[in-house]
Design a protein around this ligand. Structure first.
Ligand SMILES: O=c1ccn([C@@H]2O[C@H](COP(=O)(O)O)[C@@H](O)[C@H]2O)c(=O)[nH]1
Length: 234
């Protein structure tokens, strides 16, 4: 899979999103975009269709986590949107992930890529132990969730770029690592905990970096996007 930068379009409306996307209209490289809960809940499926119509690849980041039957049916609905990638939480268990895969697969056997969140990049090992009562290291937890994800037949995981190398080691080079928690060396970390730079993400072996505020809140978003591409894709 070709390394790429995915821009997280965490906007409150279609209007704000299209104002942002218009900045990229002369870019040779059409950005791969992530639509998350805020934008999808505000605008519904029409925002996906319109962005798709403009020719962007889409990662629909809704992080499903529910009982297997509910996730299977919800995924069957999402499969009609024709996105390129969508996701669930690995904490929902192998059974739930298998149900998600079944729901997502269309009658003709095609489906978008399906990946699972291991531990959110805003979670520290300390909080995972003290609040979630997980009595293991965060790295062991991430590797175990990644192995569960692979065993369920999914295509890869969401983790920090810091963990991409160990996930590939445990699950194979072809198993995708889609990695938020990306900041420029001088950037504001905000609510993220397990972060690194686009250049370091490339060295560690991420397949995709997901970048939101370092691009969307930059004074010059196109320049920030180009910097990510230059550091990560080369
Ligand atoms: O573990 C995760 C899973 C998803 N995300 C999402 O990625 C972006 C990151 O945005 P930044 O502004 O670059 O922090 C955001 O949409 C999250 O919902 C994540 O950060 N960590």
């Amino acid at each position: 899979m070709q390394r790429d930068v995915i821009i997280a379009c965490d906007f409150k409306s279609a209007e704000d999103t299209f104002r942002f996307l218009d900045l990229f209209k002369d870019e040779e490289r059409k950005p791969f975009l992530k639509i998350g809960m805020e934008l999808f809940y505000a605008e519904g499926p029409s925002i996906v269709r319109e962005i798709k119509r403009r020719g962007h690849k889409i990662f629909l980041d809704l992080k499903l986590h529910d009982i297997p039957n509910t996730v299977k049916k919800a995924m069957a609905v999402l499969s009609r949107l024709d996105v390129d990638m969508c996701n669930v939480h690995a904490a929902g268990t192998i059974e739930m992930m298998k149900a998600a895969l079944e729901g997502l697969t269309r009658a003709d056997g095609t489906r978008p890529l399906l990946i699972a969140v291991t531990q959110l990049t805003s979670t520290s090992e300390e909080r995972m132990r003290s609040e979630l009562l997980i009595d293991a290291s965060i790295n062991d937890t991430i590797v175990k969730y990644a192995q569960n994800t692979r065993d369920a037949g999914l295509d890869g995981v969401v983790c920090s770029p810091l963990e991409a190398g160990m996930v590939h080691e445990a699950c194979g080079a072809g198993f995708l690592t889609v990695t938020p928690g990306v900041r420029f060396a001088d950037g504001d970390v905000a609510d993220q905990v397990r972060v690194t730079t686009p250049a370091r993400a490339r060295e560690i072996g991420s397949d995709f970096i997901v970048v939101g505020r370092p691009i969307t809140a930059a004074e010059d978003p196109v320049a920030a996007y180009r910097r990510c591409v230059a550091e990560f894709v080369g």
